[in-house]
Write a new protein. Sequence first.
Length: 539
Amino acid sequence: MKLIFTTIAALVFSANISAQCNPSTDKMMVMGDSWAFFSWSGNSYNENLDRFGFSDYKCYSTAGLAVNGTEASDYFTDAPRVQELTDYINSNPDLKIVHFSLGGNDLLRTWNNSMNSAQVNGVLDAVMVDIKAGIDEVLAINPDLQILLSGYDIPNFSETVGALPALLQSQHPFFSTWDNMGQPNPTEINTMLTTGTQRFIDSTNTWPNVHFVNNIGLMQNTYGNASSSFGTYAAGTAPVPGGFIDKPSPTEALNFAGNDSFHLNDDSYELFIKRHFEEFYWAYFRDADQTFSADITANNGWVTTTATNTTSVKVGNHSSEAHSSILSFNTVSMPNLEKASKGSIFIKRSSLNGTNLIDQDLTVSVAVNHFGDSEAIELMDLTDAGDATAVSCIYGVVEEDGDWLRIDLDDALLPFMNRYGTTQFKLSFESVTDADRYFEFSNNPDDIYLDLNLVEDLLSVEDEILTDVTIYPNPVNSELTIKGIDENSEVKIIDLNGRVVAQQNSGANTIDVSNLVNGMYMISIKTNNQIITKKFSKI
């Protein structure tokens, strides 16, 4: 079996495509209660879509769909609201997911700390019935939608209401809610929230198209608490999910300058939704058939005319010298009978010098196996054209360190994903001439990903059907003969880790393999505007 590329695809290809070239499209919507309202009105969803490299995806909601005070039991009894929801879903076929925030008000207005376990279960049973009925109404409009039931984080009634002088407590807007629950302490209400959240988890595990992210304790973990009557703790110490069940969320996380008992402030909601992206939305929107982390850091870095470096991935212009970056991925696990139909690279920003480059054209080159003489970063990589080159669309705002840049690979690059070893990419902002304007990205394999969508490769059939190039003997001990190549052919021997262990460019019809360790290898033959890859065994 082998890779065969047509004459056009094998030639170095260039295209002129502007940077963020897709129009913005609504892919998600928000509906539900006050947690939906505050998180939507603070733009938490679109900010995180931008942060994770999906600036061409947008989130939609209105004051009629995200409503303060609404419950799961009454949300769908409002006919105008249901009509608005129905009309929007029916008119937006690109919509993929609904962020569904309901159930919190039902619990706050029904539960009391005097209830026994049977009564608590009765409350939860009723809430789950109402939530499921609402989910079914949404899916009845479009059964292909996905639903994310968002959940909540730990409240703080004890310090926002309970710590006030008695004469002022009744003036607090959440006093009646707290009082009707029996004025529970943090352990009591957090135990109820944890029990309700577990019911959310158990239910969504059995409901088709429905997902859940448990964020309990996120605010405690994010802010810590340096001064609290319930005990101090440092940021990063509270477990997520879970939190400290005997402590409230810190007032620093809460709305209205820390006086809101239940709602977060804008920054906290942005972090709350960010974790939904980290745990679910990012992978969901990427929707890849196969994902590859970057190869070892020594095979990723930047190159100029005079220097190479592997401590970071730098693209742009530094000290009036153009910097291109090399990214390496071991793509040997690609299925033999499939090829890439779509590809994207995601890479995390570590710093920016000068003005943002997101509006600049990014040139991407690809090389089967590697640029230059080896996978290591070399000066010759800068001028090596590789196997194809194209300007590719880029997405994300990349405004802050930690933001992700998404690079959608041009179709001309896709045939060169190497299922027998390493695939290398070279990134260049060729039009940037400013003396010091560049992105610096993390050179951590967990911060660089290649996503591929795959389809059946109709060209992956037996070699003899498509070419006269043959190799023998196989298995081989010392000298491998190659039949059917011309004098300009390039031959490389590649081990199963994607490393080039032998090569020749003379067009000779034999290659010495006697020094190779016994085992399986690939031979990559570039001839007649084709790249042909075959397996052989060294004995």
